[in-house]
Write a protein that binds this ligand. Structure first.
Ligand code: 2RA
Length: 351
């Protein structure tokens, strides 16, 4: 039978992409129930070609729901995902509330789909957007060459911080537009942007901000810790070395990562290109002589991770450098969540 799906957080930025995907992907779902906070309940929203009512998030809303895709803040997910699971709903959660729980699989569907089978809490976690963009390219290379170490620098778009982040960048760009003196003297961009920094610790227009997330031990940010911890869990490499520096850039959508990957085996750039060309969910764009690189302005609105600038390290025949870009709202959030949910839907179809 076709399982019933709930979309929890249906009115948010990622929830909107989830609804869009439900209209464009193969239809594996029976009824779809849109769920949001009390504030949005009673509205209708387009989904799969019809206008559907938005229900308030309550325990009863999960009655008869087989699978729920959650895109809500972590504290809301921490409270409500177990409620849904206790009613027999399999939850696919896009927050960071459960990612490192040993009883919750952390899944990127092209990398470790088998992990969804062991889900004792009835919850499956979707990885962080920055991790997903990067791991889509690193995982197939790991299978071929054996990963030993990653040194990463992210270039994260403002939509990773939600609609508030997007609105903040556009508002700041409006303020700085046309003033050609900006950026040539200390502090003048700050003055022009003013005090409203939105979700960021510094102006993001005409700037890059080497910070994303919360402060963790020893000066690392939570976003940097996610890249390390999630990579280790998804690849089942608990000791692999990962160092990341996460940076916010004035891009609306599309997270990019510069990757330095060290492997057990020696490799060359052409061999790595051949691996990536055959990797599911990866597009190779690597022709610098013709100005072809992976960039967010091209990757936005698409499903794959775009990979290019592939070079073997000049100093280590086991190390590869490359650049990867992916749409953080799609594969980085809504799409991978939907793909996990579809794997679970297939279990219902097989019953
Ligand atoms: C960000 N990765 O870009 C976060 C969102 N989960 O801010």
């Amino acid at each position: 039978r076709q399982p019933t799906l709930a979309v929890v957080g249906a009115t948010g930025a990622v929830g909107s992409v989830m609804r869009e995907l439900l209209g464009s992907r193969r239809n594996v779902w029976g009824d779809i129930r849109l769920v949001a906070s009390a504030r949005s309940a009673g509205r209708t929203l387009p989904c799969r070609g019809e206008e559907l009512p938005v229900h308030e998030l309550t325990a009863d809303v999960f009655d008869g729901v087989d699978v729920a895709m959650f895109d809500v803040p972590s504290d809301v997910a921490a409270e409500w995902a177990p409620v849904a699971a206790s009613r027999g709903t399999v939850v696919v959660d896009n927050s960071d509330a459960f990612r490192m729980d040993p009883d919750v699989p952390l899944v990127v569907t092209e990398v470790n789909p088998q992990a969804i089978r062991h889900r004792p809490r009835g919850i499956v976690a979707n990885a962080n957007c920055t991790t997903i963009a990067m791991i889509m390219a690193v995982a197939p290379l790991h299978r071929e060459y054996g990963l030993r170490e990653l040194v990463l620098a992210s270039y994260q778009s403002v939509s990773g911080a939600g609609q508030y982040g997007v609105d903040t960048l556009h508002d700041q760009l409006t303020k700085v537009a046309g003033d050609r003196s900006l950026g040539s003297r200390p502090g003048n961009v700050r003055q022009s942007v003013g005090d409203d920094l939105g979700p960021f610790p510094a102006p993001v227009a005409l700037n890059v901000v080497p910070w994303s997330g919360d402060l963790c031990d020893l000066g690392w940010s939570s976003e940097e810790m996610k890249m390390r911890d999630e990579t280790r869990k998804i690849l089942a490499l608990p000791d692999v070395k990962v160092s990341a520096t996460c940076v916010r850039v004035p891009v609306v959508t599309g997270h990019s990562v510069a990757v330095h990957a060290v492997f057990a085996a020696e490799l060359d750039a052409d061999g790595a290109r051949a691996v990536l060309k055959n990797a599911p969910g990866v597009i190779l764009v690597d022709d610098p002589a013709n100005g072809e690189f992976p960039m967010p302005i091209d990757a936005v609105g698409t499903d794959p991770s775009w990979v290019g600038r592939i070079r073997r390290s000049l100093d280590d025949p086991r190390a590869l450098d490359f650049f990867v870009t992916g749409d953080n709202m799609r594969k980085g959030a809504a799409l991978n969540t939907a793909q996990i949910a579809e794997l679970i839907a297939a279990e219902f179809a097989a019953r």
